[in-house]
Design a protein around this ligand. Structure first.
Ligand code: SF4
Ligand code: SF4
Length: 273
């Protein structure tokens, strides 16, 4: 039975305990550009101000496997507003573009359904990076290989849940069997709809072959920075291959016609001589 996570953004408070737990458990270093050494205070100080609410992560990547997004929404006269939060990570897609694209077999799906990068097999070719529709992978300059969330591969294969779910004080992130998590998500969605949250929706039942890490949003997925129509690059292969073949045939046909015309011109010239 695949394991995954249900992220109920309606009860996330944006505390970032999940981000800290992820960094700590996975021993992830800070981004070099996020700090500078302050000669007066004689210590590194943070300079990673994104100007995007309280988001100081900016993007997922090799050293940031989890990112809490902050979305501020105001009425036109700014008399009413609300804050939406969403703890984002690799979705462990069932149709995983990264895994399909990897030429060395470094990206694998384990028996628990999580998508895992084998560091000893990765050659740093970066094919997986544009193949992820969620932009969660990046190259580590230090190792020359790529990294992303492993769904706490070491923990879950030893009977533990993910570090982020364990740390979340509100229960916004739940780890477990995907089938059970879906039941909980459906029940929560029905409850929220009953309370008047008409825009509430589940994201991840149909995207990229369904996501083992899926979300309950209070607004459209786009508002949370998630693509509404997800295309895994390999899904476009049949169409792009057909276009390439048609193009090659057209080019071949044109070349044949031009050779024939040239041949008959040369023949005419010979006859004239
Ligand atoms: S979200 Fe991206 S990195 Fe994660 S499994 Fe899907 S395609 Fe791969
Ligand atoms: S720990 Fe839970 S409540 Fe805090 S930011 Fe992460 S998901 Fe939200």
């Amino acid at each position: 039975m695949p394991k995954g996570m249900f992220v109920d953004t309606s009860i996330c408070t944006g505390c970032k305990a999940c981000q800290v737990a992820c960094k700590e458990w996975n021993a992830l270093p800070h981004e070099p550009g996020h700090f500078r050494f302050d000669p007066v205070e004689k210590r590194p100080v943070a300079v990673n101000f994104t100007g995007d609410s309280y988001d100081n992560t900016g993007a997922l990547g090799a050293t940031d496997w989890r990112r809490v997004r902050f979305i501020e929404q105001f009425s036109e006269d700014r008399s009413r507003g609300r804050w939406l939060f969403s703890s984002d990570s690799c979705k462990h897609c069932n149709d995983a573009g990264c895994l399909n694209a990897c030429p060395t077999g470094a990206i694998v799906r384990t028996g628990l359904g999580n998508v895992f990068i084998r560091q000893d097999v990765c050659i740093g070719c970066k094919y997986c990076i544009p193949s992820c529709p969620y932009g969660v992978i990046s190259l580590s300059e230090g190792t020359g290989t790529v990294f992303k969330c492993t769904l706490c591969n070491d923990r879950i294969h030893n009977g533990l849940g993910t570090a982020c779910a364990k740390a979340c004080p509100t229960g916004s992130i739940s780890f477990g069997e995907v089938a059970e998590l879906r039941k909980a998500a459906d029940a929560r969605l029905a409850k929220l709809k009953g309370l008047g949250y008409g825009e509430a929706n589940i994201y991840g039942y149909k995207e990229a072959g369904s996501l083992n890490v899926f979300y309950l949003f209070l607004d459209r997925p786009q508002v949370y920075g998630q693509p509404e129509a997800v295309t895994v690059p390999q899904q476009r292969l049949p169409v792009s291959s057909a276009v390439a073949i048609a193009g090659a045939l057209a080019l071949g046909g044109a070349a044949l016609v031009s050779f024939r015309e040239r041949g008959s011109r040369e023949k005419d010239e010979e006859v004239k001589r």
